[in-house]
Write a protein that binds this ligand. Structure first.
Ligand code: PLP
Length: 401
């Protein structure tokens, strides 16, 4: 049985075209980009080309605004650490409660070990940022605002262009973790006030372990690693040439396929979403009224456990993801759904389906044929669910609170 892979926000498959472009850089073109011979020159040409391809995908003005990194986590760390080092008198950061751990864990570390004041702006139940709280936190004490372009769990989109303008007004740098946005929605940095942007190759069909940080020309960048002159000294270390070339090829393909994300991928996602909501009762669509990525839907199935749903879906050949993290034996709903104040009875049963252009209508059909049966079966086993009357929310609580 072939599987239906609907977990593309976790990672994507390397497209065959991307792999093909990468392969020669393991075998024939293995030179070091810094070497003064033909092996080095062809590699350095390939890196230049890839930089231009990434530049085009994000609409940067200059190719040297693109710094290759090992991925989203590194880019996020570099952006924030550089901003703090560049403005030592500004000791505050603004971020949100729904960021990826790459931002949240770093902020918690900076708060604890360096005494940085971190403003974590909350969201409403649709995943929308509390703009009033954001504006109240902005001041000339803020070194950097870091707000994600699109949320990995719900797909909710923050209005980063407008938010960046407001940060600029107080002289703070604006960084966006666009790891989930790039390749799925149009990004044109040159027309915005965004100073830095993180992207990661494995979210758009390039390999894992390669990404980039965009740093607007004129923004002072403080390298966090000490070493050679690669990436103009901003990110030393011999370049990951196969990864960089793969990232470039994937960026090129993503740019060409952007209209398809908005049409075919969105249409598949909408059919899946509507179909599930119609067929299964007691379901809640996460961030349903917000502007969202075209490929993402997270649906909470009340009174059952996400992990149990995933297991049954996996047996039926469907790979999705849950909004819970299983840690130390207790199932905690994700920090994103908790920040959105989703009732625990729903947050525990949240399932994310994230599509890509590699999916087909057959994948959606399989979900629509499988999910109703799985949910009915699990609810039949749940002591908290009663077909005859109201589900027993109170009984659910003591077990999972
Ligand atoms: N930021 C967001 C929003 C993500 O979804 C992810 C990956 O899941 C990351 C950052 C981390 O990216 P990487 O896996 O390339 O380190």
């Amino acid at each position: 049985m072939s599987a239906s892979y609907l977990d593309n926000n976790a990672t994507t498959r390397v497209t065959p075209e991307v792999l093909e472009v990468m392969l020669p850089f393991f075998t024939e073109q293995y030179g070091n980009g810094s070497s003064m011979h033909s092996f080095g020159e062809s590699v350095s040409r390939a890196i230049r080309r890839a930089r231009g391809q990434v530049q085009a995908l994000v609409g940067a003005e200059h190719d040297h605004e693109i710094i290759f990194t090992s991925g989203g986590t590194e880019s996020d760390n570099l952006a924030i650490l550089s901003a703090l080092e560049g403005a030592p008198r500004r000791r505050e950061i603004i971020t949100s409660t729904v960021e990826h751990p790459a931002i949240l864990a770093l902020c918690a570390f900076l708060e604890k070990s360096k005494g940085i004041l971190v403003h974590r702006i909350g969201v409403d139940k649709n995943g929308l940022l509390d703009l009033e709280a954001y504006r109240a936190a902005l001041s000339d004490r803020v070194a950097i605002v870091s707000l994600m372009w699109a949320n990995n769990e719900t797909g909710a989109i923050f209005p980063v262009e407008a938010l960046a303008e407001e940060a600029k007004a107080v002289g703070a740098l604006f960084h966006t973790d666009a790891v989930q946005a790039v390749g799925k929605i149009p990004v044109d940095l040159k027309s915005t006030a965004i100073d830095m942007l993180s992207l990661s190759g494995h979210k758009f069909h390039a390999p894992k372990g390669i990404g980039a940080l965009y740093v607007r020309r004129g923004v002072r960048f403080k390298p966090q690693f000490k070493g050679g002159q690669q990436e103009r000294g901003r990110r030393p270390g011999t370049e990951n040439t196969p990864g960089i070339v793969g990232l470039g090829a994937a960026a090129d393909l993503a740019l060409r396929h952007l209209p398809e994300e908005q049409s075919r991928v969105r249409a598949m996602r909408d059919r899946l979403e509507k179909g599930v909501l119609q067929r299964v009762g007691s379901t809640i669509l996460m961030a349903g009224t917000s502007e969202r990525l075209p490929n993402t839907t997270t649906i909470a199935f009340e009174f059952i456990e996400g992990e149990a749903i995933l297991l049954h879906l996996s047996r039926a050949g469907i790979a999705a993801s849950s909004g819970s993290a299983c840690s130390s034996g207790s199932l905690e709903p994700s920090h994103v759904l908790r920040a959105m104040d989703i009732p625990f009875t729903a947050a525990h049963g949240a399932i994310r389906f994230s599509l890509s252009r590699e999916n087909s209508d057959a994948d959606v059909d399989r979900v629509l044929e499988t999910v109703p049966g799985v949910i009915a079966k699990l609810r039949g086993l749940s002591p908290f669910w009663s077909e005859s009357g109201a589900p027993q929310a109170e009984a659910f609580k003591p077990v999972y609170a």
